[in-house]
Ligand binder design. Structure first.
Ligand SMILES: [Zn+2]
Length: 175
C-alpha cells in the first residue's frame, strides 16, 4: 500500500518535471491581457460594463501600414492589434481601444466623420490611457503630450490665440 502510494507519488512528480507547462501562445496571451485591461478600463472610466464581456483580440499586419497600433470598429466585440506590438504597448493599445469599445456600448459613438464627437471620444481615450500608464507604473516615455495628441487626431484648440495656431500650422507644414 505504502509502496503503491510512493510509486504514484513519484510518477506524479516525474510527470510534473517531464511535461512542462505549454507556453501560452500569443493569441492566448492577448486574450488574457484583454480581460484584465477590460476590467481596469471599466473601473477607471466609470462607464457601465454590466452587459459587456472582454473584447476579443485579433492581430493584423495591415494596421501598421495605416500607421495605427490598434483599431476598434463601432458595434464590434473585436479589437485589432498591429502584429509587431509587444510588451507594455500591448496593454496601452488594448486599453485605448477598449475605452472605445466601452464608449460605444454606452452610446458614445460616431461614424468617424463627425470631427467634434471624434475628438471628444479620442480625448477621453487619451486622458484615461494617461491614467492607465500610472496604474501600470509604465515608463513615462509612453506618455503622449496633448500637442502630439492634437496633431495625431487633428483636434485643434480653436480657442488658442491666433499666433499659437499659426505656429502650430507652421510646424505641421515643416513635417
Ligand atoms: Zn482612438
Amino acid at each position: 500500500m505504502r509502496l503503491k502510494f510512493l510509486i504514484a507519488f513519484m510518477a506524479t512528480l516525474l510527470l510534473a518535471i517531464v511535461v512542462p507547462e505549454e507556453p501560452a501562445s500569443r493569441f492566448t496571451q492577448d486574450q488574457r491581457i484583454a480581460a484584465i485591461v477590460f476590467s481596469d478600463a471599466c473601473k477607471i472610466s466609470n462607464y457601465v460594463c454590466d452587459s459587456l464581456t472582454p473584447p476579443m483580440v485579433r492581430r493584423s499586419a495591415s494596421l501598421g501600414d495605416g500607421r495605427a497600433r490598434g483599431a476598434y470598429w463601432n458595434g464590434s466585440t473585436v479589437i485589432w492589434l498591429d502584429e509587431p506590438v509587444r510588451g507594455t504597448q500591448v496593454w496601452l493599445t488594448l486599453f485605448h481601444e477598449t475605452v472605445h469599445y466601452i464608449q460605444y456600448y454606452n452610446t458614445v459613438s460616431t461614424d468617424g466623420h463627425d470631427l467634434l464627437l471624434r475628438c471628444i471620444k479620442e480625448r477621453e481615450a487619451w486622458t484615461l490611457t494617461e491614467q492607465y500608464i500610472d496604474v501600470l507604473h509604465a515608463p513615462q516615455t509612453y506618455r503622449r503630450s496633448l500637442e502630439e495628441w492634437r496633431r495625431l487626431y487633428g483636434c485643434h484648440d480653436r480657442r488658442a490665440p491666433a499666433d499659437k495656431r499659426l505656429m502650430h500650422d507652421a510646424n505641421r507644414r515643416s513635417k
